[in-house]
Design a protein around this ligand. Structure first.
Ligand SMILES: Cc1cc2nc3c(=O)[nH]c(=O)nc-3n(C[C@H](O)[C@H](O)[C@H](O)COP(=O)(O)OP(=O)(O)OC[C@H]3O[C@@H](n4cnc5c(N)ncnc54)[C@H](O)[C@@H]3O)c2cc1C
Length: 376
């Protein structure tokens, strides 16, 4: 019998649990998922939530109900500490407070919002890294009537898709006011567009899309501080705003740093099998992983597939075979002819496919709905 412990109930943790549950005999092996939140959140839909196009209940579902139906034990609790010698994990929560033993552990706790690296972020910026945060931003959008809207990313924000989609949604919402000159929209990136998308050269298509929506795009603006009404950068920029949405800097969870398995941003180092460097019987998947480029849900899902297949192989006495390939496959939904589909190999830039057109917005909506129906 093997005890498999999954830490985190986002895309990476949930899909790992589903894949293992579909393959392993649950009368013989125990799969446990631990997460502090009782709900799964479908993050890509939070832009729609902020703009009032759906409800919170449309983008979340109960983890316990879902996991119980597939024979996975759910523990609502928080990871505190891992002891590699005894192969135990300390959990604090209502369901369990104490240690849980594992034969295999999967680290899937996602990113940490390191707002402390941008003074003033907490006081002045909105973000969309959660249901409540997206709803609070939505309330500000409703009240906004005139002025400058800034949408962008702090250094290490690593999430360019919702930045672009929020800017396009703003341009649709305030189209008349933009024509009248009472609302202006700026998008800012800490680096080039190419760097923001892991090296993919989509800047021409994206720039022309921003231009056709009247959005002013600024690159190489490494935000260093936010004050009331002003963004300051370490390159000397001073940018005024009346409404501000920023992706904060990302870090891995600092709670693992004593294990020596993380890089200098606390992301966990893994090999191509998603096996953690320097920690036996441990895999890591999703935003927590120390791979370059943006952090996206489809990467988390693919990594979960790979880790689950390799855990099953190990349990069956074989060496891990399944390899992860790091690529971007995403749609930037501009609701119309400017929507972009990008497929790009971060580890192999020979793989490059870019398409633009009306089709991609509805295709993303359809894919997102289907994903939620299949996994809820
Ligand atoms: C607004 C927005 C829009 C996005 N749009 C897209 C898009 O269009 N396309 C795309 O591919 N990606 C998109 N993403 C990115 C995508 O959502 C993430 O890449 C994905 O959520 C990563 O999955 P994950 O499981 O690694 O992390 P998460 O989904 O963040 O899950 C982490 C899990 O770990 C749990 N956890 C945290 N701390 C602990 C702890 N101490 N102990 C136990 N559990 C813990 C959390 O509660 C959560 O359950 C978007 C993200 C946002 C915020």
């Amino acid at each position: 019998m093997a005890n498999i412990l999954i830490l985190g109930g986002g895309f990476a943790g949930l899909v790992t649990a589903e894949r293992l549950a579909a393959t392993l005999d649950k009368t013989e092996h125990q799969i446990t998922l631990v997460a502090p939140n009782k709900n799964f959140t479908f993050y890509p839909a939070l832009v729609h939530l902020a703009f009032g196009e759906c409800e919170a209940s449309d983008v979340t579902f109960a983890l316990r109900t879902k996991l119980e139906t597939i024979g996975v034990r759910f523990i609502q609790g928080e990871f505190i500490r891992l002891d590699p010698q005894s192969r135990t994990v300390e959990i604090a929560g209502d369901d369990v407070s104490g240690e849980i033993a594992y034969d295999y552990v999967v680290l899937a706790m996602g990113r940490r919002l390191a707002t402390e690296h941008t003074p003033g972020f907490f006081e002045h910026a909105s973000h969309m890294l959660g249901v409540r945060a997206a709803e609070r931003f939505g309330e500000k959008i409703k009240k906004f009537t005139a002025g400058t809207i800034v949408v962008g990313s702090c250094p290490d924000g690593r999430l360019p898709v919702p930045v672009c989609e929020t800017a396009f949604a703003m341009a649709r919402r305030f189209e008349k006011q933009m024509q009248a000159g009472t609302v202006r929209i700026k998008v800012i990136f800490p680096e080039s567009l190419q760097s923001a998308f892991g090296g993919a050269t989509l800047h021409k298509e994206l720039e022309s899309a921003f231009l056709s929506h009247g959005i002013n795009v600024l690159y190489d603006v490494p935000i260093s501080e936010i004050t009331e009404g002003k963004i300051l950068s370490s390159a000397g920029h001073e940018i005024d705003y009346d409404l501000l949405m920023l992706i904060p800097p990302f870090r891995g969870p600092g709670t693992l740093s004593y294990l020596g398995i993380s890089d200098d941003h606390d992301f966990v180092k893994v090999d191509g099998h998603m096996y953690v460097h320097g920690l036996e019987n441990a895999y890591a998947v999703g935003d927590i992983v120390a791979f370059s480029g943006p952090k996206l849900a489809h990467m988390a899902v693919r990594q979960a597939d790979v880790a689950a297949a390799n855990i099953v192989a190990e349990i069956q006495g074989h060496a891990p075979q399944e390899e992860y390939y790091h690529e971007i496959s995403t749609v930037i939904d501009a609701r119309g002819a400017d929507s972009i589909f990008l497929h790009y190999g971060i580890w192999d830039d020979d793989m490059y496919r870019l398409k633009k057109g009306y089709f991609w917005g509805p295709a993303k909506d359809f894919h997102d709905r289907l994903w939620q129906v299949r996994h809820a």
